[in-house]
Design a protein around this ligand. Structure first.
Ligand code: NI
Length: 263
């Protein structure tokens, strides 16, 4: 396979993480070398969102998403959402997120998570930007909240369910609401059951992501993940869909361009 022929978009990275402090330039250079032409780096707090924008200003391949992650939402004030609203107007910002619900690691702040999610969804609707959603063990609440919101979302697409690990029935519910589904390196883990889901997603709703530095592909498990490794995910997805890596790269890149209006 000739990497000069493929162009992949990593739709979800956390390049601001301290894990990249010592070699960020090299990480981004390796991504370019491997055919990862564009990377969306996602904020998880006001501070991380500011860093995401700074990275998008520094590196032409990097775009930013701004938002507050459910694990950072405890005690959040509406003034912080206002700050996100201001940051979102930056020309390199393509989405609001990472936002969502995570009842796996924390149910203590359930009400605050729901409030923070609703504030950010409202903001995305006002700004007509797609959302990047984190959903962990909160599917019923997530579906209920989103179904009331999607009408106000952007005309093109409301956004993407990041790190999709639900069953096919839930995939259909999110797809029917207009969402794209993003898959990462975990689709190649031996116990992954994502093949059955990936097969039923319409071609124009599939995108790929690393969620780096987290969730490395099987080959790099236990190590730091980085955008260059996304090729393994595209390769796995191509295998599941019965196509080749070039076609899968093209499809997922066109989808990401459309979703985040990268052109
Ligand atoms: Ni993430």
């Amino acid at each position: 396979m000739n990497s000069s022929k493929i162009s992949i978009i990593d739709t979800h990275a956390h390049l601001d993480g301290e894990e990249f402090d010592s070699d960020r330039d090299a990480v981004i250079a390796r991504a370019a070398e491997a055919g990862i032409g564009r990377i969306i780096t996602c904020g998880t707090s006001v501070e991380a969102s500011e860093k995401a924008i700074a990275l998008a200003e520094k590196y032409p391949a990097v775009y930013a998403a701004v938002g507050i992650h459910p694990q950072e939402i405890a005690g959040v004030k509406k003034t912080e959402i206002s700050r996100i609203a201001t940051l979102a107007k930056h020309p390199r910002v393509v989405a609001i997120g990472e936002m969502g619900l995570d009842f796996h690691r924390s149910v203590v702040y359930k009400d605050e998570q729901i409030k923070g999610l609703k504030w950010q969804l409202e903001l995305a609707g006002e700004l007509q930007l797609p959302v990047i959603l984190h959903n962990r063990q909160a599917t019923n609440e997530m579906i209920e909240i989103l179904s009331g919101w999607v009408q106000k979302a952007t005309a093109d697409s409301p956004g993407v369910i990041h790190c999709f690990q639900e069953n096919a029935d839930n995939a259909r519910i999110f797809l029917n609401m207009g969402f794209y589904l993003a898959f990462g390196g975990y689709i190649g883990y031996p116990k992954s059951q994502m093949a059955e889901v990936i097969k039923i997603v319409p071609q124009d709703r599939l995108v790929v992501e690393t969620d780096c530095p987290y969730l490395p592909p099987q080959k790099y498990r236990g190590q730091r993940n980085e955008p260059a490794y996304i090729k393994l995910t595209v390769e796995k997805m191509a295998e599941i869909r019965g196509t080749n890596i070039e076609t899968m790269a093209k499809i997922t890149s066109e989808n990401a361009e459309r979703l985040f209006k990268l052109k």
